[in-house]
Ligand binder design. Structure first.
Ligand SMILES: Cc1cc2nc3c(=O)[nH]c(=O)nc-3n(C[C@H](O)[C@H](O)[C@H](O)COP(=O)(O)OP(=O)(O)OC[C@H]3O[C@@H](n4cnc5c(N)ncnc54)[C@H](O)[C@@H]3O)c2cc1C
Length: 399
C-alpha cells in the first residue's frame, strides 16, 4: 500500500509532485497525480504541491510537534567513506556522549553503508550505547534518498530527542533532507552545543549576521532537535575498546529498484592542504603583503612540519588559494600551535581558530584584536620576526 494520500478533488494535475519525487513513484493519469508502490513516504512531494493535495498521514508539522515527551535519547549519524569512519563523526560521538550524560539518556549511533560492521564497534568504543547498523550494497556509496529515507523511518519509529551530524558535504545534505521531511528544526554549522539545565533543551550556538554575533538557537516545539557541527570544533574523544553496546541490524528503507540515482564514479580529490588534521599551522594575513610574503610563512611551516593557513583577505587578494582559508567561511582548525602572522584577528577569522591549543600572534600593531586570544604575542614586523624564528627553530631542531 502506498503511504501517500492524494486528494483528487484538490489535485490540479500540475505535475510538480511527479518532478519532485526522487523515486519516480508519482505519475499523472488523466491529469491527476497517481502514486505507486515505490513510494517510501519520504515527503519530497509534499512541499512541491501548490494546492496541498498530498498528505502523509504520519507526516507534517503535527508529526514533529506532537507529544514531545515521547522523544528521548541522543543520536549521531556516523559518516563513513570507503569503510573508514569520518573523524568529524568521532567528534560528534564525543559530543553526543556528553549531551546524553547531561540528559541521562542513551547515545545511539546510526551506521549506514556496506561491509561496515567494524564501524559499529568503533562507534561503541567512542561512546555509543546502541548502534543501528544498516548494511546493504545500495548504501555502499552515499546517496541522499536511501540514506535519508532510512534515517527518517528510524526517527519515526524510535523518536530521538536530539540528532547530530557532522557539517561535512554529506552531513549537510543529509541533515537538511531528514529535517525537512520530519518538519523539525535544524541548526547548521554549530560551534557550541549545551543542554539548558532548566528546560533540558539543546542550546545550539553558531555565528550569525556575518559572524558579528554568536546566536544560540533552540527548537522548543519540534523533535528531534537537529544540528550539524563543524569539523574540529570539538576534541576527538579517546576510544575505550572495552566498552560494550548493543548493535541492532536494521533494513534499509529503499530497495535497489526504488533508487533512481546511481553513483557512476567517485573521484577522491587530492586534498591540497590538510588544515583540519594539521597539528601546527602557520597562517598569513594581509600583513604578508603579497604572494611572495607567503614564502616566509611557508618556510616556517615546513620546518615545523605544519601547514600554511591564511586569512580571507589574503585569499580574496588572490595571494593564496581558498583551501588555506581559516575562519567562518573557511576551515575550522584546532591545532596544537597556531602562529598568526600579519592577521588582525577579526571575529570571522577567530571563529575558525580560537580553540587552538596555543596561539602565537605576530603583528606590528599592539592594539590588534588577535592579541586578545593569543597565548603569546610578538609586536613587530613579521618579515623580521618570522625569519628569525625560523632560524632559531632550525638551530634547535637540527642540533
Ligand atoms: C561573512 C564574512 C565571512 C568572513 N569569513 C572570513 C574567514 O573565514 N576568514 C577570515 O580570515 N576572514 C573572514 N572574513 C573577513 C574578516 O572580517 C577580515 O576582513 C579578515 O579576517 C581580515 O584579514 P587580515 O587580518 O589578514 O587583514 P587585516 O584586517 O587588514 O589585518 C592585517 C594585519 O596585518 C598587520 N600587519 C601589516 N603588516 C604587517 C607586518 N609587516 N608585520 C606584522 N603585522 C603586519 C596589521 O597591523 C593588521 O593587523 C569574513 C567576513 C565576512 C563579512
Amino acid at each position: 500500500m502506498p503511504l501517500l494520500e492524494i486528494d483528487k478533488d484538490k489535485c490540479i494535475g500540475c505535475g510538480g509532485c511527479v518532478e519532485a519525487c526522487p523515486l519516480g513513484a508519482l505519475s499523472l493519469v488523466d491529469n491527476l497525480a497517481v502514486v505507486d508502490e515505490k513510494c517510501t513516504a519520504c515527503g519530497a512531494c509534499l512541499l512541491a504541491c501548490p494546492v496541498h493535495a498530498l498528505n502523509l498521514p504520519e507526516a507534517g508539522p503535527q508529526e514533529a510537534a506532537k507529544d514531545l515527551a515521547a522523544y528521548s535519547g541522543v543520536w549521531v549519524w556516523v559518516e563513513q567513506f570507503h569503510g573508514k569512519t569520518g573523524s568529524i563523526s568521532v567528534e560528534m560521538l564525543g559530543q553526543g556522549r556528553r549531551l546524553a550524560d547531561s540528559r541521562k539518556v542513551a547515545l545511539t549511533a546510526c551506521v549506514l553503508g556496506h561491509n561496515v560492521e567494524h564501524i559499529t564497534k568503533e562507534a561503541i568504543s567512542f561512546g555509543a550505547d546502541r548502534v543501528f547498523w544498516v548494511d546493504d550494497p545500495t548504501l555502499a556509496a552515499y546517496s541522499t534518498a536511501p540514506y535519508a529515507s532510512t534515517l527518517i523511518n528510524l526517527v519515526r519509529e524510535y523518536k530521538p530527542e536530539i540528532f547530530l551530524m557532522g557539517a561535512s558535504s554529506r552531513g549537510r545534505d543529509l541533515a537538511g533532507s531528514v529535517a525537512s521531511v520530519l518538519y523539525t528544526g535544524l541548526t547548521a554549522d554549530c560551534t557550541g552545543l549545551e543542554i539548558d539545565p532548566e528546560k533540558g533543551l539543546l542550546l545550539q550556538t553558531r555565528p550569525a549576521f556575518g559572524g558579528n554575533i554568536m546566536a544560540t538557537i533552540i527548537c522548543p516545539n519540534n523533535r528531534p532537535q537537529m544540528a550539524t557541527v563543524r569539523h574540529r570544533v570539538f576534541e576527538m574523544p579517546v576510544a575505550d575498546l572495552k566498552r560494550q553496546g548493543q548493535v541492532i541490524p536494521i533494513k534499509t528503507a529503499m530497495s535497489a529498484e526504488q533508487i533512481t540515482t546511481h553513483v557512476v564514479d567517485s573521484i577522491l580529490e587530492k586534498d591540497e592542504v590538510n588544515l583540519a588534521d594539521a597539528r601546527i599551522i602557520v597562517s598569513g594575513g594581509r600583513g604578508v603583503g603579497g604572494p611572495a610574503g607567503f614564502e616566509t610563512i611557508r618556510k616556517l611551516a615546513e620546518l615545523l612540519g605544519g601547514a600554511v593557513g591564511s586569512s580571507r583577505s589574503a585569499v580574496d587578494a588572490g595571494w593564496i588559494s581558498y583551501a588555506h582559508q581559516v575562519g567562518q567561511t573557511g576551515r575550522t582548525v584546532r591545532p596544537d600551535l597556531y602562529i598568526a602572522c600579519g592577521i588582525s584577528g577579526q571575529i570571522q577569522h577567530l571563529a575558525g581558530m580560537k580553540t587552538s591549543r596555543v596561539i602565537v600572534a605576530i603583528n606590528k600593531n599592539p592594539e590588534a584584536p588577535i592579541f586578545n586570544v593569543a597565548n603569546y604575542g610578538i609586536v613587530g614586523d613579521l618579515f623580521q620576526i618570522v625569519p628569525a624564528l625560523t632560524e632559531q627553530f632550525k638551530n634547535k631542531l637540527h642540533k
